[in-house]
Design a protein around this ligand. Sequence first.
Ligand SMILES: [Zn+2]
Length: 425
Amino acid sequence: MNLAPDSLWFSAMFAAALLLATSLRLWLALRQLRHVRSHRDSVPAAFAEVIDSQAHRKAADYTIARQRMGMAHNLYGAAVLLAWTLGGGLRWLAGANASLLGDGLGAQLALLGEFALLASLLDLPWEIAQTFGLERRFGFNRSTPALFAADQIKGLLLGAVLMAPLALLLLWLMRASPLWWLWGWLAFAAFSLVMMVVFPTWIAPLFNRFEPLPEGEVKQRAQQLMQRCGFALQGLYVMDGSRRSAHANAYFTGLGRARRVVLFDTLLRQLAPQQIEAVLAHEVGHYKRHHIQQRLLLSLGLGLLGFALLGWLAGRDWFYAGLGFDHSAQARQAAALILFSLVLPLAGVFVSPFSAGWSRRHEFEADAYAASHSDAGALADALLRMYRDNASTLTPDPWFVRFYYSHPPALQRLARLRPARGAGA
Ligand SMILES: [Zn+2]
């Protein structure tokens, strides 16, 4: 293969970005490791009454183990990325695919499928190690090998059923129209909106059981809260999260008529009714402060930028050649999609301080909403209980927080909730 200067230039840029992103991630992980380790043996004063030293040490050990695994996974991911691109992995796969199936739309779709399957197989050992190694070691895993295998197979089939039509449409558009990226983005936007309704209603129930919240104090409090907030909710569900994990959570999902609040059964067992009400008020706060809509708009806007960038890159020979692919080879459209999906995540670590900071601001706003429509003290107690039971560290490294934390660290969140207690809100 003859490499033109602009391809070499792009290869060098790509290698530099990979090196920079990987070093930055490792540096942040090392900071977090060191910070948590150095605070392992003393509970911060603000939590001394409610978190005992054993729970504090467990949270530190769990965080450290996760960081270690994350660092190894990171290096592995960088090696796999190099193998797919400069190592010629994709060129080889596309060649084998073309010699069997040719260059039709079907063959290109097959190449996308083969790549997705190989990529998930390459990552499978890590998922197994995390679920049955790390999570089990700290007593969080509840999944069995049979359930895990069923989840993987269901996930792959579902991915194929949902993504194949979209991918086929995209491949066809790429050949049919120079403005394909704009049509492609419209299709992506429509798909995202439809999924917001389809996911909670039909897809999530394939993996978990959802039951309406049973009658009782929790439901009564929830209904009164919704009335107080002027919030019409279509559904309040309990999910059997305990089937897979002991981690507890609650989330808001769906759009319009399909919107619902989902509480993990683990959360219902851990928290008192008043605390659950406060957690629900926090979730309602996300909705009332328009966070859901803002996030959706941002993702559609970034999607448009992404498609425009892809549309431009897909027309440059150096984009393919610079990433180890023969630009005159067959399956050029499928290769453009795959290479873009491989390279784009490199930007993630540089964008994450902005998106994480934005998300943390939303969490403060939702907490403030909960404090004024429910009980700040109850929310603080609920958070503490969740920090303890999920073994979340109370002493994260500030830089690690800046880059990665979608939720403010415990100390900051509680400091804002505690003074509000008893203030007559
Ligand atoms: Zn939140």
